[in-house]
Ligand binder design. Structure first.
Ligand SMILES: NC(=O)c1ccc[n+]([C@@H]2O[C@H](COP(=O)([O-])OP(=O)(O)OC[C@H]3O[C@@H](n4cnc5c(N)ncnc54)[C@H](OP(=O)(O)O)[C@@H]3O)[C@@H](O)[C@H]2O)c1
Length: 355
């Protein structure tokens, strides 16, 4: 027997298994408890077009769902997309109570809670809402803002250098950190760099096993911000190992800094169903994203090294004086091999014009 709170904790963990494969849909996890509180079904949404978490859990529970409780991380959908409405499936199965962490902000799918109440199902919303919201932050941000969730990943030395004075930057952090970056790549829909990084490092930007070199089955879209199409024809990002978008002014127009328009590119990515972008560099592009209020999260690897002279990990960012400093709230601090990994968000994000 588990409590509803414990069941929600398990449902949130299940939901996370879908990260990286459900876009443009959210990640969702569900547990079904029988009338006497036993777990009789569990499921998560594994891929877009596949069954929703509630349907997987209901199929496992069968008759035992009758009179029971569904514990689900996101309000059950109330519309017919590629699959039928989950609210109706729960009513048909005779579920007596539905416990929801987060209400669905998506106008197309919302209304599930109201439909369940109409059918005399007891509905509670808000259990472990903060935790479930965090687990679905990319999708929720994209619904609210009409653009993907942007994670700026950076690696620097303890003295904040992204490369040495002669421009060499491979490898600042350890193999363990680089493996962790590949894991992170596996959870996002796109990886973005500026053309400066392409010209300096010629990165592959694929998701792969660093030891064997084998590519992951699903590859995020590679996006190069390249105002004037300077990406060389032989650049590795053009190798066909993963889809690539070279975003130029000719296609997306100019932003206020006369470079390719960040907002136009993000809008296009959103329209393509991309819900999360890993911004992997470099210092100038990261500065432009921060100055435009378009960074939602930071994942920052710090190697216990000092490089002295050398380019800084961030250029610009809209900061000219101490009172402009971008104040961060640390969410996590981890040791990755010999390095530190800091996860943070902006304490006072700039207002997003689309929010
Ligand atoms: N330590 C790390 O985590 C890390 C990560 C990545 C790179 N790096 C290092 O960073 C160095 C390259 O630095 P970088 O700053 O030149 O790289 P970058 O930020 O990847 O590229 C900058 C270029 O992106 C283009 N761009 C297109 N649209 C832009 C926009 N709206 N705003 C800003 N830039 C835009 C600009 O070139 P156009 O004007 O031609 O479009 C700009 O010069 C390399 O040494 C690399 O090794 C370090």
């Amino acid at each position: 027997m588990v409590t509803e709170d414990e069941a929600m904790g398990r449902a949130i963990a299940l939901a996370a298994r879908g990260l990286g494969t459900t876009s443009p849909n959210p990640v969702v996890g569900c547990l079904l408890l029988s009338a006497d509180g036993e777990v009789v079904g569990e499921g998560f949404h594994a891929y877009a077009g596949g069954p929703h978490a509630e349907i997987v859990a209901l199929a496992q529970a069968g008759e035992r769902a009758k009179g029971g409780t569904a514990v689900v991380t996101l309000e059950p959908c109330n519309h017919t997309g590629r699959t039928g409405p989950c609210s109706e499936a729960l009513v048909r199965a005779g579920v007596a109570r539905v416990v929801i962490a987060v209400a669905d902000p998506n106008p197309v799918a919302q209304g599930g809670a109201a439909r369940l109440r109409e059918a005399s199902v007891d509905v509670v919303v808000g259990i472990r809402a903060h935790e479930a919201e965090d687990g679905n932050i990319a999708w929720l941000t994209s619904v609210r803002r009409g653009r993907p969730f942007v994670i700026w990943k950076s690696a620097s030395t303890l003295d904040g250098r992204a490369a040495a004075a002669d421009g060499t930057s491979m490898w600042i952090t350890s193999e363990a950190s680089r493996m962790d970056v590949h894991r992170l790549r596996g959870t996002v829909d796109a990886i973005m760099v500026g053309v400066g990084t392409i010209l300096a490092d010629d990165p592959r930007l694929t998701t792969r096993d660093l030891r064997t070199g084998s590519l992951a089955i699903r590859q995020p879209l590679r996006v190069v911000m390249d105002s004037n199409n300077r990406t060389p024809p032989e650049a590795r990002v053009r190798d066909g190992a993963a889809p690539t978008l070279i975003a130029t002014i000719a296609t997306f127009g100019k932003g206020p800094d006369l470079r390719v328009d960040l907002n136009a590119v993000l809008t296009e990515l959103h329209q393509r169903g991309i819900r999360s972008v890993l911004l992997e560099g470099g210092p100038k592009l990261a500065g432009a994203f921060l100055a435009a209020g378009l960074v939602d999260r930071l994942v920052y690897y710090i190697a216990p090294k000092l490089l002295g002279d050398g380019p800084a990990a961030l250029v610009g960012g809209g900061v000219t004086t101490i009172t402009d400093a971008i104040d961060l709230e640390l969410l996590d601090v981890d040791r990755i091999g010999p390095d530190l990994r800091l996860t943070a968000k902006l304490r006072a994000p700039l207002p997003d014009p689309r929010a």
